[in-house]
Design a protein around this ligand. Structure first.
Ligand SMILES: [Zn+2]
Length: 372
């Protein structure tokens, strides 16, 4: 969250300090940059938290699973990590289906990356409770208060906060930060680095990209240890061989394609995208019988813990039974060419809680495909 909201009195002191010390040494620079440099120096010069070893290389924070926020003791971090993790997932889940944050490869890791960078400014208490930073920002997402920062409006519009006091609540703080980040992704054309930059500076095209670059670095680390909520359903591939969601498709019931056609070779493994219960199994379809399974051929439908459904069709083999529990990543069948299919592929659908088909790319990583 950006730090322009420093009171003019504080700014005056800071500026005179900076100008006093740097005026001879530095090339002409904007006030904003001077202030940033000062804040950076201040952060770098801060003593390491007493219950955590000093990072070995400057301000680089060692990341890893269960190590979030990075400067808490490990026991505290474990507790806080679990807590924040639920909050982050919960909030991402409440965003509309087409929210840009949901289209990010690993939205949870991206939010964690922002929180990692923000908590590096040390404006939180060692016990994980929320403290107000020197520029007036709150909590692990470092939300600037309503009267100063646009995030306040985003959060107010989404009924997350009523007043600045609400930002001290950890859940509301996370929710507010997630909604604000989602807004910035939309503003910045879904470009992650620009959205992170805008989270800090308010502008997608800020000339200072250092914050955005650091967040992308944290994001890459977090991706290694935060599991994607939904996996791509075909092992070893992540491409689309046919139609995307919403394409005109003559073979579909009303001419509109209700899912995506994931590429795969005959008998490639098909995996459950998330934990759930098998609610429908259709078998007995052989290749060439186009009407079998209502055109879907051999297929499986799974109901997931969050209420969504996933549908895997044209299978050559089904290896699960109705009413059985399945785990994320477990094999449920194999890629085939049964039903109305002109070659081996997986026609894959996601249905919402009302059992209406929705764009799978709102949930899966379609970034390597032509589908969006
Ligand atoms: Zn299809």
């Amino acid at each position: 969250m950006h730090r322009k909201g420093v009171s003019s009195a504080v700014l005056g002191v800071v500026v005179s300090l900076i100008v006093g010390t740097l005026i001879l040494a530095s090339a002409p620079s904007s006030l904003e940059n001077l202030l940033k440099d000062y804040l950076k120096t201040k952060v770098e010069a801060a003593p390491p938290p007493r219950d955590r070893p000093s990072p070995s290389t400057g301000t680089t924070v060692a990341l890893g699973c269960g190590n979030f926020p990075p400067k808490l003791s490990s026991a505290q971090a474990d507790i806080q990590y679990g807590k924040y993790r639920d909050y982050i997932d919960q909030t991402i889940g409440e965003l509309p289906g087409t929210a840009p944050l949901k289209a990010v490869l690993n939205p949870h890791a991206f939010v964690a990356a922002i929180a990692t960078e923000e908590t590096s400014f040390e404006h939180y208490n060692p016990d994980g409770s929320v403290k107000r930073g020197s520029s007036g920002e709150y909590g692990i997402m470092q939300i600037m208060p309503i009267e100063i920062e646009a995030a306040g409006k985003v959060c107010k519009d989404n009924d997350i906060v009523d007043s600045n006091k609400d930002l001290e609540d950890v859940l509301k703080n996370v929710r507010c930060g997630v909604h604000y980040l989602n807004q910035k992704l939309q503003d910045c054309g879904n470009i992650l680095e620009d959205a992170a930059t805008a989270y800090n500076s308010g502008r997608c095209d800020s000339s200072d990209k250092s914050y955005g670059k650091r967040v992308i670095g944290h994001y890459e680390e977090w991706k290694k240890c935060i599991k994607q909520k939904y996996l791509w359903p075909v092992l070893f591939t992540n491409s689309v061989s046919g139609y995307c969601f919403g394409d005109r498709a003559p073979e579909s019931r009303d001419g509109i394609h209700k899912g995506i056609d994931a590429a795969g070779r005959l008998d490639d493994k098909v995996m459950a995208i998330a934990n759930g219960i098998v609610v429908t199994v259709v078998t007995g379809c052989s290749e060439g019988d186009r009407r079998c399974g209502g055109g879907l051929g051999n297929y499986i439908k799974i109901k997931h813990d969050d209420g969504l459904y996933s549908v895997y069709s044209h299978l050559s083999k089904v290896s699960v039974q109705k009413d059985k529990k399945v785990e994320q990543g477990s094999e449920i069948g194999t890629v085939g060419n049964t039903g109305y299919s002109l070659g081996a592929h997986l026609h894959f659908e996601i249905h919402d809680k009302m059992d209406t088909s929705v764009n799978p790319c709102n949930f899966l990583d379609c970034s390597a495909t032509k589908c969006r």
